[in-house]
Design a protein around this ligand. Sequence first.
Ligand code: ZN
Length: 261
Amino acid sequence: MRIARFTTGDDPRYALVDGEPGSEQLVVLTGDPIYMPVQPTGEQVPLDRDDVRLLAPVIPRSKIIGVGRNYAEHAAELGNEVPAQPLLFLKPNTSVIGPDDPIVLPAWSQEVHHEAELAVVIGKVTRDVSPEKALAQVFGFTVANDVTARDVQRTDGQWARAKGFDSSCPLGPWVVPGLDVDDLGVSARVNGEVRQDGRTSQMIFDVAHLVSYVSEAFTLLPGDVILTGTPAGVGPVVHGDVVEIEVEDIGVLRNPVIRRD
Ligand code: ZN
């Protein structure tokens, strides 16, 4: 099952995505499936219709929690040790954009990197959950780009600005519930060229461990998102680039990159 959020010009609506790539149909739902039981309205909309635009499949009501250095080769490529415990940071919900929305390079950074990541969407209020019970709290999974102003990450010390600026959290194209995420491909392409090509099986702390660990610090609310870290191969994006992040069995999240004068 794939659950999308979309607009045809009016208020956002939710839909199940049916059909093969290139001929998908949106089976429109009565409400937001993260927060309420929903039913099909009976309306179907072709995904490729001109007035249809996919939106970020979730806007976190309270927070996005990022996890730094959760793949050993990525930690090494930036000269860092692997952490003994998950290294957490926050991104505000104002950093979220959807498929095809532009990543706007901030004027105060000259080195902005892509980071391909599996994203976990929380489905229930969660606090102090054990790893064994953690996956039952998950609504589903989507694709994220943890866009990072690398130069400012180094000079600020704190990561709030480097990882939290507007448009630094593309999410999409949809949420897939009930997915086995133990060994999925996680990749990034820039202008069609493969930059990152890892697997979730390379994570130092797996999804169940991360949800449990995060829930010992923060009460997780439905719609909160956890970014699970990025494999090796991060690198710069510049004005005019197109970044595609793909997670196997979920889909491709595509965003253009622009710098405003
Ligand atoms: Zn990251």
